[in-house]
Design a binder for this molecule. Sequence first.
Ligand code: EPZ
Length: 417
Amino acid sequence: MREYLIHGGRRLSGRITAQGAKNSVLPILAATVLTGGKCLIRHCPRLTDVDAAVAILENLGCRATRDDDLIEVDSTTVTGTSVPEKLMGEMRSSVFFLGAILGRTGVAEMSQPGGCELGLRPIDMHLDALRTLGIVVDENGGKLKCRVSHLRGGRINLPFPSVGATENAILAAVTAEGETIITNAACEPEIVDLAHFLILSGANITGAGTGKIRIVGAKLHGCEYTVMPDRMATATYLCAVASTGGMIEIDHCRTDDLTAVLAALEHSGCDIRCGEDFIRLNAPERLVAVDNIRTLPYPGFPTDAQAPLMAALATAKGTTLFVETIFENRFRHVAELVRMGADIRTEGRVAIVRGVQRLHGANLNTTDLRGGAALVIAALGTDDFSRIRDRGHIDRGYENFEGVLSSLGAEIERNDY
Ligand code: EPZ
């Protein structure tokens, strides 16, 4: 069992630096398969999901070596075309390796990524996008077998601005013959980061970050790239400090990526000063509720910040209404917050959070990455002890989580037994 032991009641304050973005480095590592050369990727966070992506690259025959935050990938030789079941299980979002492997080899095989704690998480939009480019997809008994004899451009109209489907479509199209247009594309900053990496590798992509992306197939080569800062880890630390009435400065982050989260924290009573690459937050003794938080595709309020903000607002003055429009089951942290004394009622995709004066410590179970971070935030805001089990969920997305929080004054330690 791997858990966190937390003694709450400390006001967090200090200065930290934003980690590299998990949801950017993962598709970029997949994209290195397409270059057929050497790529140097900098600002890679130390996360178990990144370890899984490196293992997938090695399984494909690429050479991947890590030196601190630098990962070097040599994809000159690619001998494999499949993602092992074990690695698919470790990281369901390995599904965006599909586009990269197909773009390089014309054949790809992996198990259907199962659902997870957030809901069914189908990949129908990914597969429809790939079919538009001439890819034949066999779905049989939980296995996905894809092949294409001639990858050609096409017009991909996404029914929803799915981040993963947009990434898979880009990865499959960048070396396809001719032009590809992706409409209703996701606009998240991580899409832009992936496009910037690919353009440095020789890709012809315009419109990334807008709903319409145009790609003309090209031959790619190796390059050097520095991954963007992680906006969700930044949002998480802001919520953690806000929930303890503290103050923080976060350097080397990108303020523009977080406008909806900063607006919500300002509405909750925090004083926020920011420049292009730093954010300073000073929290009040007690937050005030924010009327309505509705998660939306970028630039709306990000679904990954919903749980961390809810944990902070569980002790705010007043009532906040959360509407989770992106995932059908992203309130798994609520039951655990209620066990800490929170007053939260959920109905489908709606959660009504009536702020209470204080939460109390408890033995808590994490179910997913951001929900686990939310429980740590809630525990830090209590005046007593909490035990948070299944810490592995948190290790997937937060680099040295307890080290960063301890540097801000938190009393948190790992306990493995
Ligand atoms: C990415 O997941 C992120 N993961 C998620 O972050 C993030 O919450 C999500 O985008 C939304 O921003 C990575 O980048 C590795 P989607 P993804 O496709 O691509 C449905 C975290 O905590 N859908 O935009 O899986 C889907 O079920 C993780 O870091 C289909 O129905 O998200 C969901 O309801 C969690 N069919 C909605 O669309 C499809 O083919 C949005 O999913 C694809 C998606």
